[in-house]
Write a protein that binds this ligand. Structure first.
Ligand code: FES
Ligand code: MG
Length: 577
């Protein structure tokens, strides 16, 4: 505390010292043209930016950061922008997910190590949002989020086309001989015609919406198009607001409570959110010490139908959702299911936001009496094939396949799959179940989005549009189909998925929440012994890959690294010189 009763901010431990250490902290900052009086004890606000030309979804965030800075200056703070590793979902190999936890580590240590009092996180592409928030949560300084915002709706030949979703549709049409390669290529530029994230309800939009529902951003952050001037205005207001949050010492641990997670899961069901959100929310809860299990997703979303008619589960796109009333409008439709007293970074409760919400287009945001689909959310399956659980998204699946018994066609790796799936001699029909393994968090490594395996061309030519697919992989939030994902433990970690053989019968009972390999226990024990006699999969020799494979937890635990669970706070006791 200072003489006037104000709290001494952590930045004052660096900038407030009238000695050699203070000289060092201030003097080098002054080389950027900062006048001396900005080190007068005012809140120093970090702007953590995942801008990158290799993350096209975040390519406009340098400009957005300038608007945050205006607000910070105006409110009497000192803004300082810093970069964090950017994870471009469409560019990075083997999968951006491999690096989510690396980003989280970088963000955590950048916040803790620097003399800042609060932080605004700028991200949007799938893994940048959870990576940044996980890192920030483990420090627990006042934090707000500005998301990239979705791209403008895709346009091609007079029709709206959706990021990802139409890539999967068009590529299957090419493989079925229904679309020419020339037309396919022609759609590329029309699909992505502005900065911003995928404009379907993929993982980026899902996470941005859930962050808004959890109260970590101002209202409408989840849906405002990237190029809408109001997103810049929101960035400006966020800059003002984070300064007030530092003064009031409002931290992520005050906002991201169990009540906020419950709200997120309910909103997730109503918007038809991505399966990837399950992994990210579990990991985030682990950082905060909030009790959250895989089963919570199933239980909390059970009575919430799909209300937002967006691709991949419906037809419209993010611009339409925003103009229809966005999340505040949607939340009016499920307000009896929300924890209305949950607080938000804006100072208002979720209840205050819902009270202002309105729906302007009830085709896009439906009433509960006329849902897009009666069943939504996440189903959590268990059984001898997934002892630690697997997930599926019933609203993106074919109703007739939700209960299905069929013979497995097994692929050991994605390369094996790609090498054989187009082979006309492959023994497969529409009742078969495609099983892919070796694609989990350790096995790939990084758990890529390959779970929505393309169908065999000979079945596509017959008009087959969906088959049951089972794997330890993830799938893009923009994808669809009767796809069982995140099977845990993964095959590489000794999960029973490793025991399946082509021709085995598998039973999927979605409504009964079970996934069973119909092979007797004696035979499974024999196969287990055979597998155990084989050499274990080699682990990477060095570097981050090695750290990841040695420490990553399974999907049912959120795929965080085991030593990153929890928080260490913001204290650093030692000086640098
Ligand atoms: Fe970045 Fe979809 S690829 S949001
Ligand atoms: Mg993705």
């Amino acid at each position: 505390m200072t003489d006037d009763g104000k709290r001494t901010l952590r930045s004052a431990h660096s900038y407030g010292k009238l000695d050699r250490d203070g000289f060092i902290h201030r003097s080098w900052m002054k080389n950027q043209g900062l006048p001396g009086d900005v080190f007068d004890g005012r809140p120093v606000i970090g702007i953590c930016n995942t801008w990158s030309e290799l993350t096209p979804c975040n390519s406009h965030l340098r400009e957005v950061a300038e608007h945050v800075k205006r607000g910070v200056w105006e409110a009497g703070g000192l803004p300082v922008e810093f970069p964090a590793m950017s994870l471009g979902e469409t560019q990075m190999r083997p999968t951006a997910m491999l690096f989510r936890n690396l980003l989280a580590m970088e963000v955590e240590e950048s916040i803790r190590g620097n003399p800042i009092d609060g932080v605004v996180l700028l991200g949007g592409c799938d893994k940048t949002t959870p990576g940044q928030i996980m890192g920030a949560a483990s420090v627990d300084l006042p934090t707000m989020v500005i998301s990239s915002g979705p791209m403008l709706n895709g346009k091609y030949r007079g029709k709206d086309i959706g990021s990802g979703t139409d890539v999967w549709k068009f590529s299957e049409a090419v493989r079925a001989g229904e679309m020419t390669l020339k037309d396919f290529m022609g759609a590329e530029a029309g699909m992505s015609r502005s900065p911003g994230t995928c404009m379907t309800m993929g993982t980026a939009s899902t996470m941005a919406c859930l962050i808004e529902a959890m109260g970590l951003s101002l209202p409408f952050n989840g849906t405002l198009p990237a190029m809408d001037a109001r997103r810049r205005a929101m960035a400006h207001e966020t800059g003002r607001r984070i300064v007030a949050m530092v003064k009031d010492d409002v931290k992520p641990s005050h906002i991201l409570t169990r009540a906020a997670f419950e709200n997120a899961i309910r909103v997730h069901a109503a918007i038809g959110g991505s399966t990837n959100a399950v992994i990210h929310l579990l990991a985030l809860a682990g950082r905060l010490g909030v009790e959250l299990s895989l089963e919570d997703f199933d239980a909390l979303s059970a009575d919430i139908p799909l209300l937002v008619d967006l691709q991949p589960s419906g037809q419209y796109l993010m611009e339409d959702f925003h103009y229809a009333g966005a999340l505040p409008g949607l939340m009016t439709k499920i307000k009896d299911k929300l924890n209305l007293d949950a607080v938000t970074v804006g100072g208002m409760t979720i209840g205050d936001i819902v009270a202002e919400g309105e729906v302007y287009n009830d085709e896009v945001i439906r009433p509960r009496t006329n849902p897009v689909k009666p069943v939504s959310g996440i189903w959590v399956l268990r059984g001898n094939l997934a002892p630690d659980g697997a997930v599926m998204k019933p609203n993106a699946a074919s109703p007739e396949l939700l209960t299905h018994r069929g013979r497995a066609v097994v692929f050991d790796t994605i390369e094996d799959f790609k090498a054989r799936i187009d082979d006309p001699a492959l023994e497969v029909d529409e009742t078969s179940m495609l099983v892919l393994r070796g694609c989990g968090p350790k096995g790939y490594p990084g758990m890529p989005e390959v779970g929505n395996m393309p169908l065999p061309p000979k079945l596509l030519a017959k008009g087959v549009k969906d088959m049951v697919r089972i794997s330890d992989a993830r799938m893009s939030g923009t994808a669809f189909g009767t796809v069982v994902l995140h099977v845990a433990p993964e095959s590489t970690a000794g999960g029973p998925l490793a025991l399946v053989r082509t021709g085995d019968e598998i039973e999927l009972n979605g409504p009964g929440r079970s996934l069973s390999l119909l092979v007797d226990e004696a035979e499974l024990a024999r196969r287990r012994a055979e597998l155990a006699a084989q050499p274990a999969a080699p682990i990477p020799a060095r570097g981050y890959y090695r750290l990841h494979v040695e420490h990553v937890m399974q999907a049912d635990k959120g795929c965080d690294l085991d030593f990153l669970v929890g928080a260490s706070g913001d204290r650093v006791t030692r000086e640098s010189h």
